[in-house]
Design a protein around this ligand. Structure first.
Ligand code: SAH
Length: 364
């Protein structure tokens, strides 16, 4: 007997494939994350100790505070334009922006100049962000999509956004490169396959000598780079994108479902698990240089937070809260761990060509 689909989204996708044929991995990922009715980010709080996964701003307040101070330095390097917009893409629970704004409270002129804009498609998370930022007393504006931002001097921050943007997977078969798809197996369960037609678009150089079975992942960041170029056509723009992934384009399947802090098979619970894939920072950097931006040399999270003074910030916090000193120290150690988040996460800095190099990056 055929087992029933595991979730309402699995059921909807099973029907969609039965009626319309195979869908691409990209369409599958997109549905799992942003389907208006059943998508993971539309329906679930997702992030935090008690939810499915935990992110840097939820681990330590120093993360958001340092990014806030970084924003102040970047704003000053632009000539302290007033007004300007401080934008966060995919703010989750709003913790990072709340921590950033607290640290920025003492920067002269900042509060009067700043307009806060959050790019967040999820109504559930918008509500949490409203609560987190309510105490700041500053006006906050929400938009659904980065394409909705208006031209202005801008500083953009994004932590763990790229990894949830859908990817395309292309597989080398005995008959050449084919896009990976999702089909129904003999028992009507969701499973992977490949398209019948050959893949005709360009592939990265690593694909040239890849063996049969090799897999390439592509993620189109040109809509984000293009949106930044539009808001920055006449105004200065500086942006930080922090995420986990690899420095150079490689081969291999990194698509992963995560629920309650553990990885699980991708088809186990569509719409109820987070679905992510590593960021290819070589491709990401190219998307921004192609759109006319300067890109800083890639830093690891550990190098970047170290350069911004996380050790000093943590010791000041510890002296102010001696009862919590051990907890603060452990949280910061987790963000900086050389074998963990400190090196797995990378920081991509992007700026308008007219601006000086961004703070916190190696200039050599
Ligand atoms: N930055 C937060 C949350 C990371 S989770 C943190 O570090 O804790 C990913 C976030 O991106 C969520 O807020 C999710 O709703 C949002 N998101 C997903 N797709 C998006 C898109 N296309 N544009 C903007 N935000 C998106």
């Amino acid at each position: 007997m055929t087992p029933a689909p595991s979730t309402p989204l699995a059921k909807a996708l099973t029907r969609r494939i039965a009626e319309g044929g195979p869908i691409t991995v990209r369409a599958f990922m997109d549905a799992c994350l942003t389907d208006p009715e059943h998508g993971y980010y539309r329906t679930r709080p997702a992030i935090g100790g008690a939810a499915d996964f935990i992110t840097a701003p939820e681990i330590s307040q120093t993360f958001g505070e340092l990014l806030g101070l970084w924003s102040a330095v970047a704003w000053q390097a632009m000539g302290a334009p007033s007004p300007f917009q401080l934008v966060e893409l995919g703010p989750g629970r709003g913790t990072m922006m709340a921590d950033a704004l607290r640290a920025l409270g003492r920067v002269a002129g900042f509060a009067a100049a700043v307009r806060i804009v959050l790019v967040e498609p999820s109504p559930v998370l918008r509500e949490m962000q409203r609560t987190a930022l309510g105490r700041t007393g500053l006006d906050v504006q929400w938009v659904d999509d980065i394409g909705d931002l208006v031209p202005a001097p801008s500083i953009l921050l994004a932590n763990e956004l790229f990894d949830v943007l859908p990817i395309t997977q292309v597989v080398r078969t005995a008959d050449g490169w084919r896009e990976r798809t999702v089909v129904l197996d003999a028992e009507d369960r969701l499973s992977f396959s490949v398209a019948r037609e050959p893949w005709l678009s360009p592939l990265p150089a690593v694909a040239a000598h890849a063996p049969v079975g090799a897999l390439v992942e592509l993620r189109d960041l040109s809509p984000i780079a293009g949106a930044l170029a539009r808001i920055g056509a006449r105004e200065p723009v500086a942006a930080l994108f922090i995420d986990y992934g690899h420095e150079a384009t490689g081969l291999g399947d990194t698509l992963q479902a995560v629920r309650r802090h553990a990885a699980e098979p991708v088809f186990e619970a569509p719409g109820k698990a987070d679905l992510t894939a590593h960021v290819d920072f070589e491709a990401a950097a190219r998307a921004f240089t192609d759109a006319g931006f300067q890109v800083e040399r890639l830093s690891t999270q550990g190098e970047f937070l170290g350069a911004l003074g996380i050790a000093e910030r943590a010791s000041r916090l510890m002296s102010a809260n001696p009862a919590r000193a051990g907890e603060i120290e452990m949280a910061v150690a987790r963000l900086m761990a050389p074998e963990g988040m400190g090196s797995r996460f990378k920081v991509l800095g992007v700026r308008s060509p007219g601006l000086p190099p961004l703070p916190g990056f190696h200039t050599a």
